[in-house]
Write a protein that binds this ligand. Structure first.
Ligand SMILES: [Mg+2]
Length: 109
């Protein structure tokens, strides 16, 4: 039985516990890649391979699947997803402060 909480990683972890669904991180990473691929398929289909980007439409259910897999991966790796996002946002904010751009500074090809 999972608890009611607003912390999505905790909710996913409780679901994995309750349903005996823990898996090695490598499996979770492949599952995540598969779900991202499903989002890409939605994008491919809705935009005619990118030729009409204004028509982009991704399935909310697939976005949810992807988030589930991402939180499951974080859980299996022992990473606090919220802390990781906080670190990422701080990195981007620092880059914007330093250069005005959140990118890593890698030149475009
Ligand atoms: Mg899916």
């Amino acid at each position: 039985m999972f608890c009611v909480t607003s912390d999505p990683q905790r909710r996913v972890a409780d679901f994995l516990d309750a349903n005996d669904l823990h898996a090695p991180p490598a499996y979770r990473l492949l599952d995540l890649a598969s779900e991202v691929g499903e989002l890409a398929a939605d994008a491919t289909n809705s935009t005619a391979y990118g030729s009409t980007p204004e028509n982009l439409d991704v399935n909310r259910d697939e976005l949810g699947d992807t988030l589930f897999c991402l939180y499951a991966l974080a859980e299996e790796l022992g990473v606090d997803a919220e802390a990781a996002v906080d670190e990422s946002l701080a990195k981007y904010e620092s880059r914007i402060d330093d250069s005005g751009d959140p990118g890593s500074g890698v030149p475009e090809k």
